[in-house]
Design a protein around this ligand. Structure first.
Ligand code: COA
Length: 187
């Protein structure tokens, strides 16, 4: 594996540019992170502008993955506007495993933008870093996120029942995963 590894920001895809967050992005990011519908299945409640500003300052510095728990929170931009973000972390260097997550502004749903952005980040994880396995962890009621996993070629491997206390209730967790050899064989 190639660690430490710095995200190749800016990274252009067909329609998007993926790059590190910057302080100028706070309004764009607040526009979706402040929404109740967006945060429904996220680990955090809707954020106010000050909270977004604090997080963006932290995320802007999270550029290099070296050890377990290091992360990127990459801005997904369309025509210079941040329309969402992709989270990526090294879950275990020893197990050569990463984890991916995503959030997209609802105005931009339904056009394949997150499939494109997350696919590019999976490419960095597998082809750049050389990870063996990348997982996604989600609430199975989050059907859009589960469908995105499947579009990316990930397979559901587990469904844990009421394993997580989240937002005032016990919730289930689904685990999706993809191996490097499966990524290499994708059509
Ligand atoms: C999860 C989330 C990112 C999925 O967004 P999405 O818009 O459904 O995903 P994509 O951007 O990949 O778009 C896929 C849709 O565009 C369509 N599409 C159009 N052009 C496409 C293309 N070129 N490639 C792929 N899909 C395309 C697909 O058919 C699909 O539509 P469908 O939902 O009607 O089947 C979004 O629902 C979200 O941000 N939710 C809130 C945050 C959240 O819960 N995050 C996950 C926590 S685990």
């Amino acid at each position: 594996m190639q660690l430490p590894f710095t995200f190749p920001s800016p990274l252009a895809t067909d329609r998007l540019v993926l790059r590190f967050m910057a302080t100028d992005d706070v309004d764009d990011i607040h526009a979706y992170q402040s929404r109740e519908d967006v945060s429904r299945y996220l680990m955090y409640p809707p954020r106010d502008r000050a909270q977004v500003s604090e997080k963006v300052a932290q995320h802007a510095q999270a550029r290099t993955l070296s050890v377990d728990g290091d992360y990127w929170q990459i801005a997904v931009t369309l025509d210079d506007r941040v329309i969402g973000d992709v989270y990526f972390t090294v879950k275990s260097v020893e197990q050569q495993t990463g984890e991916i997550g995503w959030t997209l502004h609802p105005d931009f749903h339904g056009r394949g933008f997150m499939t494109e952005a997350a696919g590019a980040v999976l490419g960095v994880g597998f082809d750049g870093i050389g990870l063996r396995r990348i997982i996604a962890d989600l609430d199975p009621r989050n059907v859009s996120s589960a469908a995105l996993c499947r579009r990316l070629g990930m397979r559901q491997e587990a469904h844990f029942v009421e394993d997580l206390w989240s937002k005032g209730e016990w919730t289930d967790t689904a685990i999706y995963a993809l191996l490097a050899r499966e990524w290499a064989r994708r059509g």
